[in-house]
Design a protein around this ligand. Sequence first.
Ligand SMILES: Cc1ncc(COP(=O)(O)O)c(C=O)c1O
Ligand SMILES: [Zn+2]
Length: 444
Amino acid sequence: MLRANPKATPPIVRGLRCAACGTSVAIDTPFSWRCPNAIENDRHHVLLIESDVAPLRRAKHANPFIAFRRYLAWDAFAHAHGMSEADRDGLIIELDAQVASVAGTGFVFTPFARADALSDALGFSVSGGVWVKDETHNVAGSQKSRHLFTELLHLVSAERLGLAPWGSTSRPSLAIASCGNAAFAASTLAKAVDWPISVFVPEWADAALVARLHALGANVQHCPRRPADPAGDPCVFRFREAVADGAIPFGVQGPENAWCLDGGRTIGWEMAYVAEHMEPPLIARLFVQSGGGAFAASLAEGFHAGGTRAALHAVQAEGCAPLAHAWEASGKFSTMNQAAAHWSECMTPWPTTPVSFADGILDDETYDWVSVCRAMRASGGFPVVAPEQLVHEAYALAHRTTTIDVSPTGAAGLAGVLAIRDRINDDERVAVVFSGIRRETPKP
Ligand SMILES: Cc1ncc(COP(=O)(O)O)c(C=O)c1O
Ligand SMILES: [Zn+2]
């Protein structure tokens, strides 16, 4: 049940600002997915949310989008257009129920607790250890739906506020380029509101995933490389062509749609809220498996809002680790905004075919590298490149010591803990996120 709020709780997001060119975008701007200067195929811009969350407070509600509503950019957007607080909560509840009718669950706080057997296996003392955030039972089986839900809230509220140029029967299609959890989450949310979606997948996309996408009514487009394509992912090229033709970007990469960075923060707020109420010592490090980087960027932003500066370690597998170069190359710039203005110098696509058992983090570019590097700088963290053998070991260890049915990608942050275990004190507390459920991969 939603409790009446004793005090007015005004939204706190001030606006959006491009990290690369400094352009500001007012919070009431509808469909402000990209920096206005990111024209044609230039994606070396990213709008970031401007707000000061601290001190972190939650409303008493099991749904994180309601509990932390006033910190969301979406909330400030709807407020700026005159939508009342009750209607904002009401819209979340309404969409959440529709999502639950497709996904079998709506959005609720997910578990975050010390994993005792895992901590013992890694030789931590009783006061130290590994805290695991379990996203495997989140909507659509991974953290991806959190990022997408604020895009959906923006879209549906804009429609209801009369800001959309289309009528409800002629909605433009949503579009996403993905071959994994993001595609499944996007198709789940689209189905929940009956919005058409095109999913651009590689030629070799997993047949079981494609079947799940078809079952959700998605228009699945296989994307072989075309002779005229430049280097890079043909799925992304077809996705961008669709967006140029009027489709709505509905993915989890900040430069393609900044509003994914909004809802992604709920996971960090949930963790911070637990961490703040823990007896000391505080959680000292966060290990986050990173593909495109939106997850690490928004998780860290959310967690650090709680006032504890745990060091962020973005973890990539040795078979696809473009962030390490961006970290080194951006080091010579005194601010990350300066580094962002030299985008192609810092973020160079991974030069060979990405490979790892953690196949959900094989993005050849860490699109959200600016925010990830900023959070690592601010917290005294650094990227960890995990040897492939440790990616396998982390998966096996997670299954041996916990009851969470995590996927290899979902356990890859733990490979980062293994990789630098000798630099972590036995009394330290560290956090990982088991971010996705195991599907096709055999259990170890
Ligand atoms: C389970 C899981 N964890 C982590 C990630 C990494 O997220 P991001 O691409 O935002 O870095 C992904 C997807 O790419 C994923 O599917
Ligand atoms: Zn810009």
